[in-house]
Write a protein that binds this ligand. Structure first.
Ligand SMILES: Cc1cc2nc3c(=O)[nH]c(=O)nc-3n(C[C@H](O)[C@H](O)[C@H](O)COP(=O)(O)OP(=O)(O)OC[C@H]3O[C@@H](n4cnc5c(N)ncnc54)[C@H](O)[C@@H]3O)c2cc1C
Ligand SMILES: NC(=O)c1ccc[n+]([C@@H]2O[C@H](COP(=O)([O-])OP(=O)(O)OC[C@H]3O[C@@H](n4cnc5c(N)ncnc54)[C@H](OP(=O)(O)O)[C@@H]3O)[C@@H](O)[C@H]2O)c1
Length: 253
């Protein structure tokens, strides 16, 4: 007998597309009846594997009012869920947790002139969800989106980013960082080093100071840690509900 996840907690969704960006990076697009969520939040995706529900957290890439739902994932070698997600086809079912979670949301971020969104790999997703909504553009004078990957072809979502650039002009700056190959357009470094040597600010055309900046960081936990340390050395502090600061983070593992 196959297990049916609790229908109060889980929506039984239908995959509309598995879009490949590279041989390891995919967007899974799903129609599912989920509860309203805030841009930047994550939910869980689940599949019944060998009679058990295997589920993991994934950030929404779509804006809250956009459909289908979209999740951007990398296949982890031997990973229990991603090795099955990658086999999905249009029409297959996929469980989506109805209620979203997470605090990498703009309502947690104090007002400031500039918003910096720093991501590695698949963690660009929650920032795209936010940038597709009006709120950040109503609240911040300038927004800098940084996407750090190993190889240039892992810089997905160029069309979405081009649309944001066309719509918001000088107020938006997209900075690709490619660590393991030389290109004529990306910074070849890591995010903390690019903050440390000033190259990120030069590329952004603005300074990263506690007076003017809020920073959101998402992705590889080593990057989140090292970037937070680099920013703290410049006087920026972690943002907590009880003690507002400048740095709001989410670790992906
Ligand atoms: C709050 C939150 C949000 C997340 N959102 C996303 C998302 O939008 N997209 C996504 O691909 N993953 C996301 N993850 C990670 C995701 O939940 C799974 O861990 C991942 O998809 C691998 O699942 P798995 O079962 O195949 O392997 P797991 O057993 O879950 O993971 C095995 C190992 O793979 C590595 N790993 C996991 N996720 C990633 C990743 N995204 N990039 C690089 N290395 C990774 C880690 O070393 C981890 O220990 C998120 C995690 C958290 C906690
Ligand atoms: N991308 C691939 O081609 C590839 C191939 C096989 C397996 N994998 C596996 O797949 C998983 C995901 O790989 P991924 O490339 O998507 O994500 P990732 O390993 O998190 O790398 C993404 C970016 O984060 C940078 N980074 C890593 N640690 C950092 C730190 N402490 N501070 C600042 N930046 C840091 C990386 O720089 P560096 O390049 O300098 O580390 C890279 O530019 C990993 O578990 C990896 O072992 C990846």
């Amino acid at each position: 007998m196959s297990l049916t996840p609790d229908p109060l907690r889980w929506a039984s969704g239908t995959v509309t597309e598995l879009h490949p960006w590279t041989e390891r990076l995919f967007s899974v697009r799903v129609e599912a009846d989920v509860a309203p969520f805030l841009a930047g939040q994550f939910t869980k995706l689940g599949l019944v594997i060998d009679g058990e529900l295997v589920s993991r957290p994934y950030s929404y890439v779509n804006a809250p009012d956009e459909r289908p739902l979209e999740f951007y994932f990398v296949t982890v070698p031997g990973g229990p869920l991603t090795s099955r997600l990658v086999e999905l086809q249009a029409g297959d079912s996929l469980y989506v947790m109805k209620r979203a979670s997470g605090f990498l949301t703009l309502n947690e971020v104090p007002d400031s002139r500039y918003l910096w969104q720093l991501s590695t790999g698949t963690a660009i997703g929650p920032f795209l969800s936010q940038l597709k909504t009006p709120e950040p553009w109503q609240r911040f004078e300038r927004i800098v989106l940084v996407h750090a990957v190993r190889l240039a072809r892992e810089l997905s979502f160029r069309e979405t980013i081009d649309e944001l650039a066309a719509r918001h002009g000088n107020r938006f700056r997209y900075i690709p960082v490619v660590s393991r190959e030389t290109t004529d357009f990306a910074l070849q470094t890591r995010i903390p080093a690019a903050i440390g040597d000033g190259s990120l600010e030069r590329r952004a055309g603005i300074e990263l100071t506690p007076q003017d900046s809020q920073v959101m960081i998402c992705g590889n936990p080593d990057m989140v840690r090292d970037t937070t340390e680099t920013l703290r050395a410049r006087g920026l502090e972690r943002n907590r509900r009880r003690r507002p600061g400048h740095i709001t983070v989410e670790n992906y593992w």
